[in-house]
Every structure is written in C-alpha cells, then in structure tokens.
Design a protein around this ligand. Structure first.
Ligand code: NDP
Length: 445
C-alpha cells in the first residue's frame, strides 16, 4: 500500500487497536482501491476514505437474562451502524461466543460494499452478542432475545436500521426479537427485521438465498470459461443455513457436494450428501454433524483437519471468517480445485486469497458471492412496504437476476481497472464507487 491509502490504513490500526479482523477487512478493500484512487483522485478528497472506514455510530450495551435454573447472566450486545449513504443500515445479528466489537466492525464494513453491489438502496451495519445459543433451551433463547431487543429497539426501525440473521440467529431468534419489538412499540412494523417467518411477513427464498446465491455466483464464474457445475465435486464447510442451501443449489445444478462441517469436525460422504437427512438433523433436531455419520452408511467424521484436505473441483467455505488459510488453499490448488465461491464472510485469509489468485483459480470474495442473502432481505422489505407477498418463482427469479448483475458488475470493474478476472478488485471497486459517489453528493455528513 502507498500514499493516501496507506495513511488511512495506519490510522485505522492506530485508532482501533487489537481489532485484527477489522484491520484485515479494511486492508483488503483499501489495497484494491489503489488503482481506483489513481484514476479518480477526487475519491480521496474531503477525507472520503477516512470517513468510510469510521462507523457512523457504534452501540454497545448490557444484556442481562435469567437461565432456566434462575441464575443471572450478563452478555454484551453490539450494533454498529456503519454507513447510511445508500439507505437504512442493513446487516445481520450474530450470536456466538467469539463476538467482539472488532468482528462486528469487520462484518459491518464488508456489508457496506456488499449492499452497494446489490443496487437495492441499503446501507451497511452489523450487530450481535457474545451469547452462545448452543445447548440453551428455547425458553432461555427467548429470554435472551427479549432482553437483547429491549435495548436494540431504541436504535432500529424500517427506515433507520433493519437487522437480520447471521451465525446463531435464524428464524427462531428473529421471531422472538420481532415479538418483543412489536410489544415494546405497539406497532406491527414488519419491515424492521428480515428473515421473518412466512406467516408474519417473511419472504419466500430468504432462507435459501445466501447459499443459492453463492452457487449461482460460482456458476457465473465458470460460464466465463465456457464451463458449468455439472459433474463437479464440491467441498462445503459449515452445516448451518448457508451451507445447507449451497449444497441444495449445487445438487440442483448437477454437482456433487461431498463434505460439510461444524466446530467438532467435518464429514466426508463420497456418495454425495443426503440433504434430507442433513436438514432433518440440523433444522428439525438442532443436532450435530456426528449424528449424520451415525445414520448414513459410508459417511465418515474427521475430527482433526479441514474439508479442504479432500480433493474437489469447487470449494464453498460457508462457516466463518479465516477458516481457510494459505496451507489449505495450497492443498486445494494442488488437488485440482479451480473454483472458490465464499458463502461465509471473509473465510479465506489474505495468504489463501493470494494463493488462489496466483494459481488462476476463479475466486469470489464473500461480499460479492454471498450477497444473495441481503439482496433477498431487501426484497422482503420491498414486499413488507407493499403489504404483499410474491410466489417462490418470482422471488427466485429476482435473486437469480441480482446475482448475475453483481457478477457482471465485478467483471466490468476488474476490466476497467486493468485486472480482468480479479473479482476482489472488481467487487471492491464497484461497491466503493457506488457508495462514494453518493457520499460526495450528500456533502460532509
Ligand atoms: P449458522 O449459525 O446457520 O451456521 C454456522 C455454521 O458454521 C455452523 O455449522 C457452525 O458450527 C459453523 N461455525 C461457526 N463458527 C465456527 C467456528 N468458529 N469454527 C468452526 N465452525 C464454525 O450461520 P450461517 O450459515 O447463517 O452463516 C455462515 C456464514 O455465512 C457466516 O460467515 C455468516 O456471516 C455468513 N453469511 C450468512 C448470511 C445469512 O443469510 N445467514 C448472509 C451472508 C453471509 P457450530 O454449530 O459447531 O458452531
């Protein structure tokens, strides 16, 4: 990095000490922007870069709740309202013990550019808590969600800030939070949260959207080489919302996913994942990946290692940040993997990204390839505002169109700045210029 971009990065590190994931996300974006700033120096005027790396607002709050045995727990809640140039803050809530302000800031920062790529008029934000839902009863999760929303409700609204799910936050948690919001406000503002149930304002395809979109993006990248997913072997990590629907769409397009994982290990099923069984275990029983192996002859659980050790054509990291490092990337490349589409946010380390790009792998960063989730959330907001609901085919066709547009915007921006096929540069440049142009139009605010 050099010049103004380097100066801004150094300021971010100095001002946000110890927030390693936030530094990593900012560095990746700023590095990509060097050719953009060189071609359009006005983007560095009026401290635009300094403003875009500083959240508009950061809220940190106490979340007290009572467990089933009557013991009181205190968690920490976060909402980072990062950038509202393009619309209300939009981004999910993560409940995981690793959550801290640096992780929420990295996610919120990525969200600005991701949401800009969807071209749907949504700003960037993210939130969550260090609460761990694993092993908690329904009643405990409900009490936690109610306490969390009691504070969060002061800060959100359909035209202000619209949270959704992420790791540890699915339909059940969104339901408990919406119920509490409605009670506190005495107002049925369906558009205040997305990822809602279908009976109370949710959109068809929202559940599937992130995983489906990740695979559609892989298919678009392959199409640039005249190829398809048909007949390809796929490694997937994670076994949550994104992983399950990435597996489903990959199967629909003729590929064979053979792995998935959770924090206890990964499963290899060479015959191809039995998706009905996986859904039954994860969505109905809230079980673990080891339960799959117990019921599926031929599948094995590997407790040590990573799904990236298995030879495949396509890798879809769908669990969490920095789950795929330089060594794993080298292994994938050595084993013949030619496509990586990220379902998770920032799952590949900088060393892994470098290894993929050096080897000519078709590599899509999450802010482009997993944007289908937030895009369909924006479609949910649109349906809520119009008090209507589209059928599956309509919502699915819109998602497919949006993913194709995001792919094409990335390709065009990469070409414009002289690095054809570089989806990292393409996504960052296309997302950044959309936000920056509007920030300039709005003046210094
Ligand atoms: P879920 O909570 O549904 O599933 C998360 C999965 O990842 C689980 O299998 C979980 O295993 C695993 N996992 C999470 N943290 C770790 C960890 N530290 N080490 C190993 N495994 C881990 O979350 P989602 O599927 O919704 O989210 C997955 C990723 O996709 C995240 O990066 C998220 O930010 C991103 N994303 C999600 C979107 C959405 O619409 N849901 C939209 C865009 C991006 P375990 O149960 O053992 O923890």
């Amino acid at each position: 990095m050099q010049g103004v971009v380097e100066k801004v990065y150094e300021q971010v590190v100095a001002r946000n000490r110890g927030e390693a994931e936030f530094h990593q996300a900012v560095r990746e974006v700023l590095e990509s922007l060097e050719p953009v700033i060189a071609k359009h120096p006005h983007y560095a005027d009026n401290a635009l870069l300094e403003r875009i790396v500083e959240p508009e607002r950061q809220i940190i709050f106490r979340v007290p709740w009572v467990d089933d045995a009557g013991a009181v727990h205190v968690n920490r809640g976060f909402r980072v309202e990062f950038n509202s140039a393009l619309g209300p803050y939009k981004g999910g809530l993560r409940f995981h013990p690793s959550v801290n302000v640096g992780i929420i800031k990295f996610l919120g920062f990525e969200q600005i550019f991701k949401n800009a790529l969807t071209a749907q008029g949504i700003g960037g934000g993210k939130g969550g808590s260090d609460f761990d839902p694993h092993g908690r009863s329904d009643a405990e999760v409900m009490r936690f969600c109610q306490s969390f929303m009691t504070e969060l409700s002061r800060h959100i609204g359909p035209s202000t800030d619209v949270p959704a799910g992420d790791i540890g936050v699915g339909g059940r948690e969104v339901g408990y939070m919406f119920g509490q919001y409605k009670r506190l406000r005495n107002s049925y503002d369906a558009g205040v949260l997305t990822g809602k149930g279908l009976a109370w304002g949710g959109s068809l395809v929202r559940t599937e959207a992130t995983g489906y979109g990740t695979v559609l993006f892989a298919q678009s990248m392959l199409a640039t080489k005249g190829e398809t997913l048909e007949g390809k072997k796929v490694a997937v990590s994670g076994s949550g919302n994104v992983a399950i629907y990435a597996i489903e769409k990959a199967q629909q397009l003729g590929a064979t996913p053979i792995t998935f994982s959770d924090s206890s290990g990964y499963v290899v099923d060479e015959a191809g994942v039995d998706l009905d069984l996986l859904k039954q275990i994860k969505e109905v029983e809230r079980g673990r990946v080891k339960d799959y192996v117990e019921r599926r002859p031929g599948a094995r659980l590997v407790a040590e290692g990573r799904p990236w050790d298995v030879p495949v054509d396509v890798a879809l990291p769908c669990a969490t940040q920095n789950e795929l490092d330089g060594d794993a990337a080298a292994t994938l490349v050595r084993n013949g993997c030619t496509v990586v589409s990220e379902g998770a946010n920032m799952p590949s380390t900088p060393e892994a990204v470098e290894a993929f790009q050096a080897a000519g792998v078709l590599y899509a960063p999450g802010k482009a390839s997993n944007a289908g989730g937030v895009a369909t959330s924006a479609l949910e907001m649109e349906q809520n505002a119009g008090r209507t609901r589209w059928d599956f085919k309509t919502a699915d066709a819109k998602l497919t169109g949006i993913m194709a547009d995001i792919h094409d915007s990335c390709v065009a921006a990469a070409e414009e700045y002289g690095r054809p096929g570089d989806y990292v540069l393409g996504a960052n440049a296309a997302g950044f210029t959309r936000v920056a142009d509007v920030m300039i139009a709005h003046g210094i605010v």
